[in-house]
Design a protein around this ligand. Structure first.
Ligand SMILES: [Fe+2]
Ligand SMILES: [Fe+2]
Length: 501
């Protein structure tokens, strides 16, 4: 098994914790229903449940949710093979009967509250009706149903939340989804700016606050990866470091999501990515903002930022689990897959999974951002080609393959010539990893002021042989006098004042 495969197995072993816990909860409820609350077997199942909860008391609350006929635990659909089938089917139909979307269980729940919850469980719909948190409605087929209208604490440690079909990505229209992504993005940007300003002023920014922003980012990436990736392709509207941090966080979370990392891991990864360059607040500004090339002395200063970042984290977060993981990413994000890069931390030092993910996203964003200060900047498709050429040396090959599947061979912001001769700009990455060269584009049409974006075309939807749906080559916008950022802003930021407010 590859290195990546092994690491993912380890991560999944952790993730199974949530599923196993919910499975035990289900078992305890079923036994109680079948044998009554005083039966020995009931007591034994509840005791196992309590032990499992205790073991996971420090973990994040577990979110159990129904999505159509499926059961989703911590945003991951429970695979309905084998022994989980019954669990998934029964629990999701229970949730439907109770008129709720699901519940959040805090593993630190008190034993007495847990007993009360198990007692209440089979008649939750009645409980909600009595407390007036739910109403009875008659659906189109004339069947009466209970519908929870607001979030309710069932017992301390368990909160039920209403069902919302809107959270189903398919139910949202594309403009609304883009708007949501935009809100998340700007909130993340504000969060990053705050964190960096605090660090610059020698105050202690809170890791936990960033985590809240990142959770929002994950929701959006899970449901609407494309819009966030698109926003991350724009480099001209804010101070570089904040913007770069948010871009790297979005790309890292999206990549982590492709790898199937569980939500709690994605959250830590997102925070780590947000902070990866925090050590740059310790690099003198005249070096950091110098246009053009660095001399040797300046490079020496720049190369200190990974370890400076790790020290900064020590100051911020002490030795919490999260702080340590973020610290490692700070220290390791300029190391390379083959052991080269900097800093040198010893012969057998191995760059961790999070660091390799962040390093991949970091390089992509830093190189595409070069268009802000380079005379003839790299185009996004040229950056991807460079990265592929350096696979196995600079980048983890398994990760890079996934990354290219995510952003495509012609990432958002690439200018391309179609086989039909038309010129187009890429606005959204391909929706299938297999179709790396078939993104969504906007055709550029002649207008009074040069070229203007016209028809939208999803290249993956056309016939393979149709030249209007084939990319022939990437082009350089400077050869056509085009400002790509302007075109993308038009697409992604049409009501930016509302989003930034
Ligand atoms: Fe860096
Ligand atoms: Fe960076």
């Amino acid at each position: 098994m590859s290195l990546l495969g092994r690491e993912l197995t380890e991560v999944f072993a952790q993730d199974d914790g949530s599923i196993l816990l919910i499975k035990q909860l289900f078992l305890a409820m079923q036994t109680r229903k079948l044998r009554g609350s005083t039966d020995q077997r009931t007591a034994a199942e509840e005791e196992s449940l309590r032990e499992m909860l205790q073991a996971q008391a420090d973990c994040e609350p577990i979110r159990v949710q129904r999505s159509g006929p499926h059961l989703v635990i911590d945003r991951q659909r429970v695979r309905t093979n084998g022994d989980l089938k019954l669990l998934a089917r029964s629990l999701s139909s229970d949730l439907e009967r109770f008129g709720i979307g699901g519940f959040v269980l805090d593993p630190a729940i008190e034993p007495q509250d847990l007993s009360n919850f198990l007692d209440l469980y089979s008649r939750l719909d009645q409980v909600f009706l009595e407390s007036e948190a739910a109403v009875k409605v008659t659906d189109s087929r004339g069947v009466e149903r209970v519908v929870l209208e607001e979030e309710v604490e069932v017992v301390p440690g368990v909160t039920a939340f209403p069902y919302s079909p809107e959270s189903d990505a398919a139910a949202l229209d594309p403009n609304e989804r883009r708007r949501q992504a935009r809100r998340t993005f700007f909130r993340a940007l504000r969060g990053a700016r705050h964190v960096f300003k605090q660090a610059q002023l020698n105050r202690i920014p809170e890791l936990r606050k960033t985590r809240a922003v990142v959770h929002e980012m994950i929701d959006t990436v899970v449901e609407e990866e494309f819009s966030l990736l698109g926003l991350s392709a724009i480099h001209s509207f804010d101070e570089y470091t904040f913007q770069h941090s948010v871009h790297v966080a979005v790309l890292s979370v999206a990549l982590g999501q492709r790898l199937g990392l569980p939500r709690s891991e994605l959250a830590s990864l997102g925070v780590a990515a947000m902070f990866h360059d925090v050590g740059k607040t310790r690099v003198p500004r005249k070096v950091l903002w110098k246009p053009g090339k660095f001399d040797n002395a300046e490079w020496k200063l720049m190369r200190k930022h990974p370890l400076a970042g790790a020290r900064e984290l020590l100051r911020m977060g002490g030795a919490s689990d999260l702080a340590v993981r973020v610290m490692l990413v700070c220290a390791e994000h300029h190391m390379r897959f083959d052991g080269s890069g900097y800093p040198k931390l010893g012969e057998d030092w191995q760059q961790g999974l999070f660091s390799r993910i962040v390093a991949t996203a970091d390089c992509f964003d830093a190189m595409t951002a070069s268009r802000v200060y380079m005379e003839r900047p790299f185009t996004p498709d040229a950056v991807v080609r460079y990265m592929i050429e350096n696979t196995g040396r600079v980048f983890d090959p398994d990760l890079l393959r996934e990354f290219v599947g995510l952003i495509g061979l012609y990432p958002v912001g690439s200018l391309v010539r179609l086989a039909s001769g038309e010129l187009a700009v890429v606005t959204e990455p391909p929706s299938q990893p297999r179709e790396v060269d078939r993104p969504r584009v906007r055709i550029l049409e002649a207008a009074a002021a040069g070229l203007a974006p016209g028809e939208e075309r999803a290249l993956a939807e056309g016939a393979l042989a149709d030249p209007r749906y084939q990319i022939k080559a990437g082009c350089h916008p400077m050869d056509f006098g085009i400002e790509i950022d302007d075109l993308l802003q038009d697409y992604y930021l049409d009501d930016v004042t509302e989003a930034a407010a």
